[in-house]
Design a protein around this ligand. Structure first.
Ligand code: SF4
Length: 110
């Protein structure tokens, strides 16, 4: 069995297109699209799907109301705009916007 691994540090450079092209040339081939954010090679290859499972990765921030002093530092530090201030002056995390980078983690030094 031969293995070919295509890696790159940046999205949008064409790794999926290169891999899909190689898969077509090497057919029959077993292909694993291991992109953690957007595995989308199936859009190019229309494979027979053998099974599906829910997959979650990374972390999402959670504000512990017992510890939050409402200092606003998390809102200031989050570069994804995932911390919002409610009309009641409470800080909330947008779970869709949160990238889980931990910059807002109060246990880390700023
Ligand atoms: S973990 Fe990162 S992305 Fe998520 S709310 Fe905190 S600073 Fe923003």
């Amino acid at each position: 069995m031969k293995e070919i691994v295509v890696v790159s540090g940046k999205g949008g450079t064409g790794k999926t297109s290169v891999c899909a092209s190689l898969a077509v040339l090497a057919a029959p081939a077993v292909v694993a699209d291991c992109d953690v954010d957007a595995a989308d090679m199936h859009l190019l290859l229309s494979p027979e799907v053998g099974g599906e499972v829910e997959f979650r990765s990374g972390h999402s921030a959670v504000i512990d109301p017992a510890k939050c002093t409402a200092c606003g530092k998390c809102l200031e530090l989050c570069r994804f705009g995932a911390v919002v201030k409610s009309a009641e002056d409470r800080y909330l995390i947008d779970p869709v916007g949160c990238e889980g980078c931990s910059v807002c983690d109060a246990s880390l030094s700023f």
